[in-house]
Design a protein around this ligand. Structure first.
Ligand code: 5GP
Length: 142
C-alpha cells in the first residue's frame, strides 16, 4: 500500500515550506501558527510524523514534554502575556486539521477582548458508579 503523502508540517520540517521558526532541536520544531488566535500563537511539533498523540513514541513525547514549559515561558515573555491555553487536538471530530501531532501555545491576552482560545465546556455531574468502572477500565489499559 502506498504511504500517505507527507503532512504540511513534515514539509515545514523538511524546509519545503517556510515558517516563522522559534525553536528547533533534533526531535522538536516550534513555529508561529499561520492563522493565530492571538499574537504569538505557536505550534510545537515532533519531527516524528505521528498523526495523533497516542501514536507518538515515548522518545518524541519526552522531547516535547521537556521543552514545552520553556517554550510557554518564552511565548509569554515575548508577548507580555501571563495567561495562555495549551491545546492539542486528535482526530477530525476533535477539530484536528493537520494530521501530524502538534501542541498549540495560545496566549490569552487580558482585558476581556476576543483574542485567544474560546472554549465551550458543556460539563455534567459525574455518575460515580459509571466513573468507577471507567477508571478501572482505563487503569487496566494503561
Ligand atoms: P489543528 O486544528 O489541526 O489542531 O490546527 C492546525 C493548525 O495549523 C491551525 O491553527 C492552522 O492555522 C495551522 N497551519 C496549517 N497550515 C499551516 C502552515 O502551512 N503553516 C503554519 N505556520 N501553520 C499552519
Amino acid at each position: 500500500m502506498p504511504s500517505p503523502p507527507p503532512s504540511i508540517f513534515t514539509r515545514i520540517i523538511n524546509g519545503e515550506i517556510p515558517c516563522h521558526k522559534v525553536y528547533e532541536d533534533d526531535k522538536v520544531l516550534a513555529f508561529l501558527d499561520i492563522n493565530p488566535l492571538a499574537p504569538g500563537h505557536t505550534l510545537v511539533i515532533p519531527k516524528e510524523p505521528a498523526p495523533t498523540l497516542d501514536k507518538l513514541s515515548d522518545v518524541s513525547a519526552a522531547a516535547i514534554g521537556r521543552i514545552l514549559p520553556r517554550l510557554c515561558r518564552a511565548v509569554m515573555r515575548a508577548t507580555g502575556t501571563s495567561d495562555y491555553n495549551l491545546l492539542q487536538n486528535n482526530g477530525a471530530a476533535a477539530h484536528q486539521e493537520v494530521m501530524h501531532v502538534h501542541f498549540h501555545i495560545i496566549p490569552k491576552p487580558g482585558g476581556g477582548g476576543s483574542q485567544g482560545l474560546g472554549i465551550d465546556w458543556p460539563a455534567a455531574k459525574i455518575d460515580h458508579t459509571a466513573g468507577a468502572q471507567l477508571a478501572s477500565a482505563i487503569a487496566a489499559a494503561v
